[in-house]
Design a protein around this ligand. Structure first.
Ligand code: NAD
Length: 304
């Protein structure tokens, strides 16, 4: 049933994670406005019950009236690829930091109850601490990792200086349907399925023994809503968000199935594995969709 006065704004709501979050919010009875400039996201991803505003988070005047009066803002809009940020540091800095400051200011001025910021585990860089807790040293290895961390610190500051309630969720690798499998910046799981579908070998960077912690997009969407609605004051808190298990790229290729081709290594973390104790104990969240089930869902999406 639809509940009145439940207005939520999702920046980046035409993208991969944002569009799943929009669906989940609508299921929870929210009226949802999406702010997205469609640079990476697609109109087709946006639930028809949501209002799509094609606007740029770098344009404060355009976004402030959309954000004003919302109960919750979920800030996901970003240029989110590591290699892209290495290639285009100025453009990504402008969106990932400057755009975030605009969204925070608009939320504060618009009397928003809480803002949930999509942060990234890339802030930990190539840590040896496995599983990685929130207390691990911050050591980003790319402009993207640094920018997402600066955005997160700005979100914390908007609480300490301006009184806006903010929470940050540091995602490890999020996977699921609607992820873009094309181009040099595609994420490994959907890239493998696309390659398999196209009858091409699965391209593995380096020796393929690097490992990744994957969390399903539906679990991430559910957590965003739990963090927004949480009754206790969790302002300024930040949480690791992962599946709590990791898989090597070689193992993922075996699960997808098909011929493998090894190509040169690129700048990336060797291993990632989230310690999710804090989010579990504080918010009562645990992932519900296993990596294996998520793989089977993608196999159906790609027909591969
Ligand atoms: N996918 C992951 O594994 C992962 C991991 C850690 C953190 N994150 C974070 O989660 C968020 C969502 O990531 P995603 O994987 O869904 O990426 P995505 O590229 O699918 O979505 C990002 C959305 O932001 C929009 N956008 C980009 N620049 C914009 C601008 N200037 N103004 C308005 N909209 C703009 C894009 O059009 C796109 O729809 C990002 O903040 C990302 O840093 C993602």
């Amino acid at each position: 049933m639809k509940i009145d006065n439940k207005k939520a704004v999702v920046t980046g709501g035409a993208g991969f994670i944002g569009s799943h979050l929009v669906d989940a919010l609508i299921e929870h009875g929210y009226e949802v406005s999406v702010i997205d400039n469609l640079s990476g996201g697609k109109k087709e991803n946006v639930n028809p019950q949501a209002i799509l505003h094609v606007a740029d988070i770098c344009d404060y005047e355009a976004i402030a009236p959309i954000i004003a009066g919302a109960q919750y803002v979920f800030h996901l809009a970003a240029l989110p690829r590591v290699q892209y940020s290495i290639d285009f540091p100025q453009e990504t800095n402008k969106v990932n930091i400057g755009g975030t400051v605009n969204v925070l200011k608009a939320a504060q001025e618009g009397m928003v109850k809480r803002l949930v910021y999509s942060a990234s585990s890339s802030c930990y860089g190539d840590t040896d601490i496995m599983p990685t807790p929130e207390t691990a040293p911050i050591n980003p290895k790319s402009p993207y990792g640094l920018q997402k961390y600066v955005g997160e610190q700005y979100a914390r500051m908007w609480h300490s200086v301006y009184g806006l309630s903010t929470v940050a969720l540091r995602y490890f690798n999020v996977f699921g349907t609607r992820q873009d499998p094309n181009g040099a910046y595609a994420q490994v799981v959907c890239k493998f399925f696309k390659q398999k579908k196209d009858g091409r070998p699965l391209t593995i960077t380096g020796d393929g023994e690097q490992t990744r912690d994957f969390v399903h997009v539906s679990d991430v969407a559910r957590l965003n809503i739990m963090a927004a609605e949480h009754e206790k004051d969790i302002s300024g808190e930040f949480f690791n968000v992962g599946g709590g298990r990791n898989f090597s790229v070689n193992a993922i290729a075996d699960m997808v199935g098909g011929k493998k081709e090894y190509i040169s290594a690129r700048i990336e973390s060797r291993n990632t594995l989230a310690d999710i104790t804090k989010v579990t104990q504080t918010l009562g969240w645990t992932p519900l969709v296993s990596f294996e089930d998520g793989i089977e869902e993608l196999r159906k999406e790609f027909g591969a």
